[in-house]
Write a protein that binds this ligand. Structure first.
Ligand SMILES: [Zn+2]
Length: 138
């Protein structure tokens, strides 16, 4: 994808502070970090969202996330981290190339948990929950 900024990073056309690279995965520091050590982990091949990501590539991405999360925390002496994907534009995904965020977290850093993602939580009935679970199992 010629106009994809992350593909351009993979190709070396845009510099990045690489922290990990293997055959399938690249990880680098976010250029506009939410915290020191904020790291992005991407598949080298262009896939827009998790929904498009082949399972084997997804496994490699997760293996890198798994290894780099404690490394990012240790590098900046953080006691915790938030690890997340914004999956799709409606979820706030800004670059349409799958990427995991590893955001080191600190006591009283002013950040919020995943539970604070939405301010207007749905009030779902048992039937609605059952229907959603059934649709996912189907
Ligand atoms: Zn791309």
């Amino acid at each position: 994808m010629d106009d994809c900024i992350f593909c351009q990073i993979v190709d070396g056309e845009i510099p990045s502070r690489t922290v990990h690279e293997d055959d399938d995965v690249l990880a680098f520091l976010d250029a506009n970090p939410l915290a020191p050590g904020h790291t992005l982990v991407i598949p080298k091949s262009h896939h827009e969202s998790l929904n498009d990501l082949p399972a084997d590539v997804g496994s490699e991405v997760f293996a890198a996330v798994h290894a780099l999360t404690p490394a990012a925390e240790a590098a900046v002496d953080a006691p915790a981290s938030t690890v997340a994907f914004n999956n799709g534009e409606a979820a706030g995904q800004e670059v349409p190339h799958v990427h995991a965020h590893i955001v080191p977290r600190f006591e009283a850093d002013g950040g919020r948990p995943i539970h604070a993602l939405v301010s207007d939580r749905p009030d779902l009935s048992d039937d609605e929950l059952d229907d959603i679970a059934a649709a996912m199992r189907a």
